[in-house]
Design a protein around this ligand. Structure first.
Ligand code: CP
Ligand code: NVA
Length: 318
């Protein structure tokens, strides 16, 4: 936990995209998260209250279990206060995003937002004078990537040179993992069916970051060709929130993209299964792989709490 005189580079910072943080800033968040995790695991509470008097508004326009609970509980555990705004504010309908931003920054110290269009989050952050924390958009899920990389760092000891292969949709979760992994010198691969790749701008940015940090981004279509030599096989739902009307087409396109024990065997002797959850057992991952001894899914979920606390303490802690 930072000392009172420890004014870090993350003070007052938003987290909108996984490309927003430097390698050093990632390490700073991981170190703070590890310390908060040790303390919380020992006593289920924290000695200090670095968020005392701090209020953070939570806006969720999509469903959530993990993100909502971990932000809300994490803020409260550190002496802060989470205000869940719910449906009642008519976000962007009753009032414009910019009017909401200008009002909220007169009252509270930060905004957590889960929404559809990524531009809403960038607009909110541009208008609000207080930090904005992206709790998932159609384009990115940066706090998920932070938790996932902390999980890999704990499991393998370090991140540089690790190979993570994502099986399935080049979606928001993949985008944030590719950007963060590239920044941290990992090799991030994606096996996706035709027409379900990542946005070209994400691939271009991730490749640029990989180049600068000795990482690598590899895209392909055949999971069996891409997984050998992987340390982790990561998957996510085939139908993300907001894509429900594409469910039928997607379930046909993704057949053959299921993570199972055989694929883990093919990946290598130390390969672990990862999933951001919620999962659909029997679709993107088998029950045996998700619930078996090679799964890191619940460690990832646990680490959401610790990385989010760490980032918020660094950003708005007293
Ligand atoms: N992984 C994740 O973000 O879970 P929720 O959608 O339940 O928040
Ligand atoms: N890609 C999924 C992630 C859920 C945590 C979605 O956006 O619905």
């Amino acid at each position: 936990m930072p000392r009172e005189d420890d004014v870090g580079t993350l003070q007052g910072r938003d987290l909108l995209s996984s490309a927003d943080l430097t390698r050093e800033e990632y390490e700073q968040v991981f170190d703070t998260a590890a310390e908060l995790k040790r303390e919380f695991r020992a006593t289920r509470r924290h000695e200090a209250a670095p968020l005392a008097g701090r209020h953070v508004a939570l806006i969720f326009e999509k469903q959530s279990l993990r993100t909502r609970v971990t932000f809300e509980a994490g803020l409260n555990q550190l002496g802060g206060h989470a205000l869940h705004l719910g449906e009642g504010i008519g976000f962007g309908v009753r009032e414009s995003v910019s009017d909401i931003a200008h009002n909220l920054d007169r009252w509270v110290d930060g905004i957590v937002i889960r929404t559809f269009d990524h531009s809403v989050v960038t607009e909110l952050a541009g208008e609000a004078g207080i930090p904005v924390f992206n709790a998932l958009t159609d384009d990115e899920h940066p706090f998920q990537a932070l938790a996932d990389l902390l999980t890999l760092r704990e499991h393998f000891g370090s991140l540089r040179g690790l190979v993570l292969t994502f099986i399935g949709d080049g979606n928001n979760v993949f985008a944030s993992l590719a950007l963060a992994g590239a920044m941290l010198g990992m090799e991030v691969r994606l096996a996706h069916p035709d027409g379900y790749g990542p946005k070209p701008a994400i691939v271009a940015r991730a490749r640029e970051l990989a180049e600068q940090n000795q990482g690598r981004i590899v895209l392909g279509s055949d999971p069996r060709k891409l997984v050998p030599g992987s340390d982790a096989l990561y998957t996510d739902v085939w139908v993300s929130m907001g894509q429900e009307e594409q469910a039928h087409a997607r379930s046909a396109a993704f057949s053959g993209y299921t993570v199972d024990d055989e694929l883990l065997d093919l990946a290598g002797p130390r390969a672990m299964a990862m999933h951001c959850l919620p999962a659909h057992r029997g679709q993107e991952i088998t029950a045996a792989a998700l619930d078996g001894p090679r799964s890191l899914a619940l460690e990832q979920a646990e680490n959401r709490l610790h990385v989010q606390k760490a980032f918020i303490v660094e950003s708005i802690g007293v």
